[in-house]
Design a protein around this ligand. Structure first.
Ligand code: SAM
Length: 336
């Protein structure tokens, strides 16, 4: 395992103009998905990136290698649904061996995971984030537009059996949709050794704006009482989730509150979309196009400089509350 400081040869860490250290990259390998989550993608959407605009595996590797040289050691592969990208195992393998990448995870809806779990582990993937909003078959079908319950549950267990742990389960908590299932989901995760992370729905794109927002403060109070939680003694994950743990040591539950208690002041991440667009903030349009540079034959040194230039564009904060209609693209286009 390489440490980022070794890989970047002691060069200046990647920092934005607000003094935030950038050390986390999300890499979308496709904008396609086999589910249509109500809060993510509009039902009749068909404006996907053209295949000739998708970064090739080699281009993805070059960009991630450049970020790693600049001290970005945590990388999460995402989408769309990343397991739909052809030769995802090869992409994982190429990123897993990059100097400086010390935490390589993948975010999936788990529908295809039974087929891929062992190979992903073999390719060098460290761990999984799995999206699961409900344990109720009908609710899953309704939310995801397809009866995927059995495939998802089998996929989750295959990921666990393959040792892609710790597995974090991401649940977008929504009023009147799955709010009543939160305790059940927490018990399921604690029983299986998964780390539940509850997430507030964000007004990203038309679908996100129509999602039924539920602030998590009340939910947290409920769970503290029900599962006898206390704040986690040590920081987990290095991201925006605030973790609580059961006093009996069974496990942790995280709360991600981009709306009710935003964490922009400590935002440490940027997102690379499948077409090579670098998005600097989920809730703003700020972006930087890397594909034209890659295809024009940019050298490594200039690529590093271009990334530094891009980071200068990172906005101070999202404006989901002040301007909820601003972001037209949706999560699986950006790379969630
Ligand atoms: N398909 C993969 C998965 O299911 O994890 C990766 C892509 S998916 C877009 C990444 C995450 O974004 C999922 O956990 C999903 O729940 C979340 N997401 C999508 N739209 C959202 C929204 N409007 N608000 C909050 N989270 C959202």
């Amino acid at each position: 395992m390489n440490h980022p400081a070794q890989a970047n040869g002691g060069s200046r860490p990647l920092q934005d103009r607000f003094g935030r250290r950038i050390d986390y990259l999300r890499v979308s390998v496709t904008d396609r998905c086999d589910l249509r989550c109500q809060y993510c993608r509009p039902r009749h959407f068909d404006g996907y990136a053209e295949p000739e605009d998708w970064l090739t595996p080699l281009e993805i590797e070059r960009v991630v290698a450049a970020f790693a040289r600049l001290g970005v050691g945590r990388v999460r592969i995402t989408g769309g649904e990343p397991l739909l990208r052809r030769n995802i195992g090869g992409i994982v393998a190429s990123l897993a061996t990059l100097p400086g990448v010390h935490d390589l995870s993948l975010s999936t809806n788990a529908t295809q995971l039974t087929r891929h779990a062992a190979a992903l582990k073999q390719a060098g993937l460290h761990r999984l984030n799995i999206s699961l909003d409900s344990l109720d078959r009908e609710c899953v079908a309704d939310l995801y537009g397809r009866d995927s319950y059995d495939a998802v549950m089998a996929g989750i267990m295959a990921g666990k059996a393959a040792g892609l742990v710790p597995i974090k389960i991401n649940m977008v908590a929504m009023r009147d949709v799955n709010e009543h299932e939160i305790e059940r989901m927490a018990a399921f995760c604690l029983d299986n050794g998964f780390i539940l992370r509850l997430i507030e729905a964000m007004p990203i794109g038309e679908a996100g704006r129509n999602a039924s927002y539920l602030p998590l403060d009340g939910v947290r109070e409920r769970l503290i009482e029900r599962f006898d939680l206390e704040p986690c003694a040590r920081e987990l994950g290095g991201g925006p989730a605030r973790y609580w743990q059961t006093r009996d040591g069974r496990g942790q539950i995280g709360f991600i509150t981009p709306i009710s208690q935003h964490f922009c002041a400590t935002c440490n991440r940027v997102r690379l979309a499948v077409d090579g667009t670098l998005y600097l903030c989920l809730g703003q349009e700020a972006r930087f196009e890397l594909r034209p540079l890659l295809r024009a034959g940019i050298d490594d040194c200039s690529l590093d400089a271009a990334i530094r230039e891009a980071i200068e564009l990172k906005p101070e904060r999202h404006e989901f509350i002040e301007a909820p209609g601003r972001i037209m693209r949706f999560m699986s286009q950006t790379g969630g």
